[in-house]
Design a protein around this ligand. Structure first.
Ligand code: CP
Ligand code: NVA
Length: 316
């Protein structure tokens, strides 16, 4: 099916996890993101969401997610509304299910960034408009859709067998990379120390997807095994938002889980280095690697805009 023939097929859907999308639907979103990126580069108008409104609920900080969703919505001809969770009645205890039904009467879609993944599921259950997960403690699917776009740009469109090694805390990024990578038939190796492995239920979700796609999911404490001949090396912070107080304890366990020049030597010659950002130089990644010639972190950050516009244009 062509891009335009498939347009409309995702209308009304939520975007809570890439597990809810088929491999074909993800490829379609990636192709659509490339198409929209082309429009931006050529300066051609693409107002596919004229008059539509998107609410953006943030219970945690954000630079990329907030700005790319706001700008993306405006480029599509729509209107974004930033809704700080502390200013919403939700912050004073109004039930999520009431908020969901009220916002559904005003808006065409909602993006939410919060702590509990269950809260996002509840919002989606009670809302009659698309709900987009802008990061929870469990998952960060918008980031991974953009990551797949960036990996395709650097490694070619067929991602089957591409090896991505994620080094560090088995967090929301690790979970979403396993799921998104499995959908694409990639080999995803998560290297985390004992006690900081990805949650078993998400590992099982990814493994069962990989069974169908020919992908591979490996969890190991061994950073050398993980990075050996890797096509992509991926880092994220040792302490995620909400875990700041655990930082000194985490540093003790995660200090070896760093992407540095030594580790780079073990990877494929043309390895690309990725990081969802914000980065802590000298912790999960060194200054010379993030600023070095293998790093694609700013392409990756840019693709948040294009990938999310593909989500918005199709779901709204
Ligand atoms: N990568 C990412 O989601 O960045 P922000 O926290 O700045 O949105
Ligand atoms: N794991 C990080 C990702 C930030 C984009 C966090 O949740 O803080």
């Amino acid at each position: 099916m062509s891009l335009l023939e498939m347009t409309g097929s995702l209308k009304g859907r939520d975007f809570l996890s890439l597990k809810d999308y088929t491999s074909e639907e993800i490829v379609f979103l990636l192709d659509f993101a490339d198409y929209l990126k082309g429009k931006v580069k050529k300066g051609e108008p693409h107002e596919l969401l004229k008059g539509k409104t998107l609410g953006l609920i943030f219970q945690k900080s954000s630079t990329r997610t907030r700005v790319s969703f706001e700008v993306g919505m405006i480029q599509l001809g729509g209107y974004p509304l930033f809704l700080s969770a502390t200013d919403l009645q939700m912050g004073r205890g109004e039930p999520i299910r009431d908020t969901a039904r009220v916002l559904s009467r005003y808006l065409d879609g909602v993006m939410i960034r919060t702590y509990s993944h269950d809260d996002v599921e509840e919002l989606a259950t009670y809302a009659s408009i698309p709900i987009i997960n802008g990061l929870t403690d469990a998952l960060h699917p918008c980031q991974v859709l953009a990551d797949l776009q960036t990996i395709r740009e650097h490694k070619g469109h067929n991602l089957k067998g591409v090896k991505l090694a994620y080094i560090g805390d088995g967090n929301n990024m690790a979970h979403s990379l396993m799921i998104g990578g499995a959908k694409m038939g990639m080999e995803i190796v998560i290297a985390s120390p004992g006690g900081y492995e990805p949650e078993e239920n998400w590992v099982q979700v990814a493994k069962s997807i990989a069974k169908d796609t020919g992908g591979k999911i490996i969890v190991t404490p061994d950073i050398d095994v993980a990075s050996s001949q890797a096509d992509v090396l991926y880092a994220d912070v040792w302490a995620s938002m909400g875990q700041e107080e655990e930082m000194s304890e985490r540093k003790k366990h995660l200090s070896q889980y760093q992407i540095n020049e030594e580790l780079l030597k073990k990877a494929a010659k043309d390895v690309i280095v990725m990081h969802c950002l914000p980065a802590h130089r000298g912790e999960e990644i060194t200054e010379d690697v993030i600023e070095g010639k293998h790093s694609v972190v700013f392409d990756e950050a840019e693709d948040r805009l294009h990938a999310q516009k593909a989500i918005l244009a199709n779901l709204l």
